[in-house]
Design a protein around this ligand. Sequence first.
Ligand SMILES: NC(=O)c1ccc[n+]([C@@H]2O[C@H](COP(=O)([O-])OP(=O)(O)OC[C@H]3O[C@@H](n4cnc5c(N)ncnc54)[C@H](OP(=O)(O)O)[C@@H]3O)[C@@H](O)[C@H]2O)c1
Length: 322
Amino acid sequence: MRYLGIGDGAEISRIGLGTWQFGSREWGYGQSYDGSEARAIVRRAVELGVTLFDTAEIYGFGRSERILGEALGGDRESVFLATKIFPLLPVAPVVEQRAVASANRLGVRRLDLYQVHQPNPVVRDGTIMRGMRALQRVGLVGEVGVSNYSLDRWRAAEQALGSRVLSNQVRYSLVDRSPERDLLPFAESAGRVVIAYSPLAQGLLSGRYHRDSRPANRVRAGNALFLPDNLDRAGDLIEALRLVGDAHSATPAQVALAWVIRHPAVVAIPGASSVGQLESNVAAASIDLTDDQYQALNEASARFRPVTGPAALPGLLRTRFS
Ligand SMILES: NC(=O)c1ccc[n+]([C@@H]2O[C@H](COP(=O)([O-])OP(=O)(O)OC[C@H]3O[C@@H](n4cnc5c(N)ncnc54)[C@H](OP(=O)(O)O)[C@@H]3O)[C@@H](O)[C@H]2O)c1
């Protein structure tokens, strides 16, 4: 495993574990996954040196936090636990109550990273950051983070908190490179961290899905990338991943992760449906892409033009009702 320093001698693993999948109906992995595989994934992740674990109060309405906390057991205090508040009513007393509830479900006395899951479109961050500041003061929260924030709003959140907002968790992969515009340069120059979610584009970049074998669950039924035409269009990008993978004896998914964490300010938090996937994702941390390979992947990613937005709507509706 490789690690990223976050100041004061602390570090987090470059490949973490995302746990939206735990206890969430929308991923549809079922009870045996929640009851045993999820636990085994966490245990193996700890063995392999993963220290960054990401969850949220909204995942499975608290079930993800519970499953993760129980699976970590005695390791809860030695890893870097990140959870998120869904900012429906982001006023300071609510923020404080919700942090306590998350810590209880996780079974910890301190949340290493407490993130605002989405920017609230109406309420600015002054109120929520007042709560965060109080939580830091009493030691219930270590670092504050945000998620799905623009650069302006990330900076405004720092102003409101009065100290650093360590990280911004955003979608970042070979199929969505928008964080490269301003979030990554800022993170690199200011010593902040971008936590890449959906680094495998929810499994698309594994290359295992095609027009005739599409994933069956609610998350991906609602993701335009998995429409048949887009799966066809992704063929060239998957082929580029395979070519690079051949040079490293690695899978397309591993190359896709190695590409994401090649940026010095980025860590990735792929989810996993099995222990085997987790092991493969962890191994991706050791892959060093050459400049030529990195460039070839950038070019293949620029050529991938999926149908998205309103144009994808008829296809998504057909998928939903078929
Ligand atoms: N802050 C936010 O708004 C936000 C939003 C989304 C996600 N997240 C966080 O980010 C984490 C990861 O994002 P995500 O789950 O959306 O997408 P992801 O990590 O890109 O994709 C995860 C899925 O890819 C497949 N996969 C994983 N490893 C694989 C491997 N080695 N080989 C082949 N397939 C593999 C698995 O699905 P199958 O085996 O079923 O194909 C797995 O469930 C989440 O768990 C969550 O913690 C945060």
